[in-house]
Design a binder for this molecule. Structure first.
Ligand SMILES: NC(=O)c1ccc[n+]([C@@H]2O[C@H](COP(=O)([O-])OP(=O)(O)OC[C@H]3O[C@@H](n4cnc5c(N)ncnc54)[C@H](O)[C@@H]3O)[C@@H](O)[C@H]2O)c1
Length: 276
């Protein structure tokens, strides 16, 4: 019960990693505000938590709209008087070659993935965390916040922004007792990823083949990392950009694991296989 009686907001919590995190916080004693821009899905996710004995309520709203974020924060403050933990998880993805990205598509993904993280963090800090000199914020970025993936310039740029926002807020707000950290989830079995995999199975098989642990993550494995960074057990963890990726970012991108499995060939021809 690491979060007993704490008030936790999770954005984009009607699905995937956010939903799993909301369930975990509730199971450990928190009252969870289930934000999502799909109101019925948010209500269903909150109802499922209540049905299993937890405390949760739906908080429909669009993270990219500062007025909506402000209204959401006021709703939680009116109801509970404080926000102890904010998980900025809501996000979207959009695969397009850079030369084909429209201005509208660029603005939309930056608005959801980057603006939304900043708007929520600023609103929660102003309303609750700065006055109380306490709080924990966990932002969800991506390996695409650390390196580029092709045909994804908006996603890559917006997730790099999430990493930058995390570092900036950690530097500015640490002295006020607000810890700010960031999760970079590796490939995780969620609706977002299943949709991408269905659209491009060849790319998907290639990406799976580069995970040293040999499998995608389950959503609860990401939720556990989020909960740790938000918990008192992580009291000195601040400004951390944490990869939870099955070792994916430890693999030099010029190599594939298929080559590694052909190790016996390398042993027979070390000079040819050895140069990096
Ligand atoms: N699944 C992965 O492999 C993976 C890898 C790296 C990063 N991520 C990141 O993890 C986060 C969660 O991803 P997921 O895979 O669970 O996705 P998901 O699509 O299953 O869930 C995302 C949720 O966010 C909500 N949402 C989207 N835009 C919103 C907005 N403007 N306002 C409020 N809610 C909004 C959606 O309705 C959805 O319920 C995202 O930020 C994503 O970029 C996921």
């Amino acid at each position: 019960m690491r979060f007993k009686d704490q008030v936790v907001v999770v954005t984009g919590a009607a699905s995937g990693i956010g939903e799993s995190a909301a369930q975990l916080f509730a199971a450990e004693g928190a009252v969870v505000a289930v934000n999502d821009w799909r109101p019925e899905a948010a209500e269903a996710a909150a109802a499922a938590i209540r049905a299993s004995g937890g405390q949760a309520f739906a908080l429909p709203g669009d993270v990219s709209d500062p007025d909506s974020v402000q209204a959401n924060v006021q709703q939680v403050m009116a109801r509970h008087g404080r926000i102890d933990v904010l998980v900025n998880n809501a996000g979207m993805i959009d695969y397009q070659p850079a030369e084909e990205v429209s201005a509208a598509a660029w603005r939309k993904i930056m608005a959801v993935n980057a603006d939304g993280v900043f708007f929520w963090a600023q609103a929660v800090a102003r309303a609750s965390m700065l006055p109380r000199r306490a709080g924990a914020i966990v932002n969800v970025a991506s390996p695409a916040g650390l390196a580029a993936i092709p045909n994804n310039v908006g996603y890559v740029a917006s997730k790099h922004a999430v990493v930058g926002i995390t570092k900036s807020l950690a530097v500015e707000w640490g002295r006020f007792g607000i810890r700010v950290n960031c999760l970079c989830p590796g490939i995780t079995e969620t609706p977002m990823v299943q949709e991408v995999a269905a659209r491009n199975p060849v790319m998907w098989a290639d990406r799976r083949a580069r995970i040293p642990l040999g499998r995608p993550a389950a959503v609860h494995e990401q939720a556990e990392a989020i909960a740790f960074m938000a918990s008192a057990q992580a009291g000195y963890v601040h400004g951390l950009i944490m990869n939870v990726d099955g070792g994916m970012m430890s693999l030099f991108s010029g190599y594939s694991l298929t080559a590694q499995t052909q190790r016996h060939q390398a042993q027979q021809a070390p000079a040819a296989a050895g140069a990096a």
